[in-house]
Ligand binder design. Structure first.
Ligand SMILES: *[C@@H]1O[C@H](CO)[C@@H](O)[C@H](O)[C@H]1NC(C)=O
Ligand SMILES: *[C@@H]1O[C@H](CO)[C@@H](O)[C@H](O)[C@H]1NC(C)=O
Ligand SMILES: *[C@@H]1O[C@H](CO)[C@@H](O)[C@H](O)[C@H]1NC(C)=O
Ligand SMILES: *[C@@H]1O[C@H](CO)[C@@H](O)[C@H](O)[C@H]1NC(C)=O
Ligand SMILES: *[C@@H]1O[C@H](CO)[C@@H](O)[C@H](O)[C@H]1NC(C)=O
Ligand SMILES: *[C@@H]1O[C@H](CO)[C@@H](O)[C@H](O)[C@H]1NC(C)=O
Length: 681
């Protein structure tokens, strides 16, 4: 076909009316060819017949003296060319949209990918296309890398003329309706207090602090809408009530609030989480599509803040028609874009007490300081000039790699280049020698420092890049830190390990965990939950659960208190820390529940070949908020007693936060996962 076209150009030039046209056509041919190359890789060219014939017509035009409807050749000037080009691309795009519904899977996905490559059209064309694209194509487009988001519908302008108080009223009506529909004491409580008349001082009689707090919002002139969103979020997070919100068709109101609070990151976060909870209901898709939310979600998926990008990824993954759904505690971390290759291994990250998928798995920084309520980290990091002079207790068979850099005065990383570098999180004691080594060349460090941006989620940003064919899942079970709880006195987020792990198991099964090899990476109490899940599954008669155990290939424990922690009985302040989210008794040192769980777990290890890697902290954790230091997990309690074991000179919260990709804490896990991916199943 290309040759046929080439033959025609000389013929046309004969009739041509000047060099401008010739060169312009040359430009066009070049554009067409590059696009055609892209397309011919992607789809069966026979479907582009229409495009072909339209393409041929203008070239034959002078000879046959017929005019195609959209090009007036006489006026052909360079600036018209791009317009012609636009309309050609537009025609192709139209055709591709049709093909996205083809019954052939292959054609469908190729058409989608080609559609995603459409670029540089003008606004009008994009707008027309976005209206031709239906909800299912829109979701899949949103999950393509680098798609031009203008292909997706914009939010409508329904509330354009509303002022702020009218929007507040709309919100109030929504919450009132919801409160009537659902039997949810928390929402009732909020609604009956948030919108009452502040002069009505009788209400303060019992000095209910929560009430006072809600009332203050109105009095301070503080905006009530973000607080309403918090309450809506809490409502959406409960599965039975989420359906009610879906029925209320509130999405254009929400998108209006989004555009009015575009500078407020917390509103973005709250809205994103609401949508992510509602995304489980398939019927919500049409509404999300027409109210422009698919486009916002696609934008959010690329947001720097993981509290936005992670829930947005989950929402889009849920909205795409699939067997697996990510609900409740489960977030999809990778792949966030449509991937033609099936993953080979699932990696599940389970955070610890008072942690969460949005902050437990971040990278450690040089000047790490308090994060959130308790996530405080002491400064224990490799820095030029601040490096350890000598490491004791290292057991390694490769002393030649243990070169320490002494008397390092300058902050100049270039000077590190000639040395082997050892980061501070290398093991100080362990049961074996790590095959991945403890050190690396200094020039790598310099390049890491230069190129690596800081990550708030290393499982997503590093692991997915360093090892292909993975599906990475993050659990986020601890919701007690949600701001909402201060407004909702009826709820205690407290639960015990068994309940918590069963809920988690249920969510994991819905995400299809267990059907392919699984590696668990756990921090602190997350390890206890996973052990309990495996024990439940092992002793169950359900074949799906058996599959889950059989497919478990590896477990990583970052400071899991297998035998309990003294913190649970240490002092009232420490108990307060735990009491926020879990029955303290469960975590007591030597608790019968934990001992039995560990015995059962070791028995499973005898019959199922699971690779175990254990890291244990050796430093005290600083609880700045409560002013005490404590080593949460001792080596005795943290040692699994099976597999590889390493003591790491870090505290409880830092131990799951590698400082760089060259960190032992990370490379050890990476090596394990790579080995499992390579092993034929
Ligand atoms: C081509 O451009 C000229 C001036 O830039 C304009 O007057 C003319 O209408 C354009 N023709 C088409 C087909 O767009
Ligand atoms: C609402 O829930 C409470 C307990 O939470 C229950 O006792 C009551 O019967 C429920 N009412 C309705 C109408 O479902
Ligand atoms: C409620 O609080 C106010 C001041 O905050 C105090 O004067 C009053 O005595 C309190 N009432 C009760 C019943 O505790
Ligand atoms: C909120 O989300 C919108 C849409 O993606 C984005 O344009 C805006 O910058 C976000 N706001 C903040 C503060 O990040
Ligand atoms: C580290 O400290 C510098 C200044 O002391 C600050 O600009 C930077 O944001 C801090 N980094 C983090 C991740 O907190
Ligand atoms: C090193 O770890 C082993 C367990 O693997 C333990 O028995 C030993 O006491 C530890 N040594 C030190 C110095 O902590």
């Amino acid at each position: 076909m290309m040759i046929k076209n080439k033959m025609k150009y000389p013929r046309y030039i004969k009739f041509g009316c000047g060099t401008l046209i010739v060169s312009s056509i040359g430009w066009m041919v070049c554009q067409i060819r590059s696009t055609k190359d892209i397309l011919s890789n992607a789809i069966d060219l026979s479907v582009l017949k229409l495009w072909e014939t339209r393409m041929e017509n203008p070239l034959k035009l002078p000879a046959e003296n017929t005019k195609p409807e959209y090009i007036i050749l006489n006026d052909l000037k360079t600036d018209n060319l791009s317009r012609i080009w636009d309309s050609l691309k537009f025609t192709v795009a139209e055709k591709l949209i049709g093909l996205c519904h083809n019954e052939n899977d292959f054609v469908r996905i190729k058409a989608l990918v080609s559609l995603g490559k459409i670029r540089n059209l003008d606004h009008g064309h994009f707008s027309v296309l976005s209206n031709m694209i239906d909800k299912d194509i829109a979701v899949r487009l949103a999950r393509l890398r680098d798609v031009d988001l203008r292909l997706l519908k914009e939010p409508p302008l329904k509330y354009l003329k509303y002022d702020h108080s009218m929007i507040v009223n709309e919100m109030k009506d929504l919450l009132l309706d919801l409160s009537e529909m659902s039997n949810h004491s928390c929402l009732e409580y909020f609604v009956s207090n948030a919108f009452f008349n502040a002069e009505d001082s009788n209400r303060f009689v019992d000095n209910d602090t929560t009430l006072v707090e809600i009332a203050k919002i109105g009095q301070n002139g503080q905006d009530i809408l973000p607080v309403c969103l918090e309450s809506l979020l809490h409502h959406a997070s409960i599965e039975v009530f989420a359906e009610d919100i879906v029925k209320m068709n509130a999405f254009s109101l929400l998108s209006e609030i989004h555009s009015r609070f575009i500078e407020d990151i917390n509103v973005n976060v709250t809205l994103c989480r609401i949508i992510s909870y509602l995304s489980l209901h398939k019927e919500v898709l049409e509404e999300l599509h027409t109210t422009g939310w698919i486009r916002i979600l696609a934008e959010w998926m690329k947001h720097d803040d993981v509290r936005i990008s992670i829930p947005a990824t989950r929402a889009l993954a849920n909205l795409e028609e699939k067997e697996e759904s990510y609900k409740g505690y489960i977030y999809l971390l990778h792949p966030n874009y449509i991937n033609k290759r099936e993953p080979k291994v699932d990696v599940v990250f389970v955070h610890g007490l008072l942690g969460g998928v949005f902050f437990t798995w971040r990278q450690r920084t040089k000047n790490d300081s308090t994060i959130g309520l308790l996530e405080s980290v002491s400064q224990t990091i490799f820095m030029p000039g601040n490096r350890k002079k000598k490491q004791k207790n290292i057991q390694s068979s490769e002393p030649h790699t243990m070169q320490y850099i002494r008397d390092f005065e300058e902050d100049d990383l270039n000077e590190v280049k000639d040395y082997e570098v050892v980061l501070e999180d290398i093991p100080t004691n362990g049961s074996c020698t790590a095959s991945c080594g403890y050190s690396f060349e200094g020039d790598k460090l310099a390049s890491v420092e230069d190129n690596d941006y800081f990550t708030y989620c290393w499982p997503r940003d590093w692991l997915a890049e360093d090892c292909s064919d993975l599906r990475i899942i993050g659990a986020n079970y601890d919701t007690t830190l949600s701001k909402w709880y201060s407004f909702c006195p009826h709820i205690s987020g407290k639960t015990n390990i068994e309940e918590q792990s069963l809920k988690l198991l249920n969510n994991l099964l819905q995400a299809g965990i267990g059907k392919r090899p699984v590696v668990w990476v756990t921090h602190s109490m997350g390890g206890l939950l996973v052990k309990n899940i495996l024990c439940e599954a092992f002793h169950s008669s359900d074949s799906r659960l058996h599959e889950l155990v059989e497919n478990t290939k590896g477990i990583v424990f970052y400071s899991t208190p297998h035998l309990g922690s003294n913190l649970a009985t240490f002092n009232p302040a420490s108990q307060l820390v735990l009491r926020l989210s879990i029955e303290v008794q469960d975590l007591r040192e030597g608790s019968p529940f934990l001992l039995e769980l560990h015995d059962k777990f070791l028995k499973i290890l005898e019959s199922v070949p699971i690779k175990v890697i254990t890291f244990v902290e050796t430093k005290k954790t600083v609880f700045t908020a409560l002013k005490f230091n404590f080593q949460l997990v001792t080596p005795e309690s943290g040692n699994t007693g099976s597999g590889e074991y390493y003591e790491i000179p870090l505290d409880h919260l830092s131990i799951c936060k590698p400082v760089s990709r060259y960190s032992f804490l990370y490379r050890k896990v990476l090596t394990l996962i790579r080995d499992i991916v390579k092993t034929p199943q």
